[in-house]
Design a protein. Structure first.
Length: 154
């Protein structure tokens, strides 16, 4: 299950990179479209001086919501890692209650400690996967908003 978790995390990372490239491509297309609109506006000027007010393109609310108003892309904050309270507490007395305090109890305690470590690693992988999926879902939503805004603009 550890190998499957690692493969899943790698695939999620690759998918995230693909989504980044898609969003960057869409941003470049939007930039090119704005430049083309500006050039068309310049061509539509009467004798190169006056703009005909009836030909002015208006941005829809959906377009402004998806693309923003001249956003610079600066992120205000980074997502924080969620830390479980149980994770912060150290186990003080071992995993089993000692009765005879012999080698069998020591072995059981060591085995339970190893199992706990493995489960902890799997838990962390699952949390990382969940966080990455949430991030990618938000990114897909942004991409879809941009697509809808571009479709409604045409």
């Amino acid at each position: 299950s550890k190998d499957a978790g690692i493969r899943t995390l790698v695939m999620l990372d690759e998918q995230g990179e693909q989504l980044e490239r898609i969003e960057e491509g869409m941003d470049q297309i939007n930039k090119d479209m704005k430049e083309a609109e500006k050039n068309l506006t310049d061509l539509g000027k009467f004798c190169g001086l006056c703009v005909c007010p009836c030909n002015k393109l208006k941005s829809s609310d959906a377009y402004k919501k998806a693309w923003g108003n001249n956003q610079d892309g600066v992120v205000a904050s980074q997502p924080a890692r969620v830390v479980d309270e149980r994770e912060q507490m150290a186990i003080s007395g071992g995993f089993i209650r000692r009765v005879t305090n012999d080698a069998r109890e020591n072995e059981m305690d060591e085995n339970l400690e190893q199992v706990s470590g493995i489960i902890g690693n799997l838990r962390h992988m699952a949390l990382d996967m969940g966080n990455e999926i949430d991030t990618q879902n938000r990114q897909i939503d942004r991409i879809m908003e941009k697509v809808r805004a571009d479709i409604s603009k045409t």
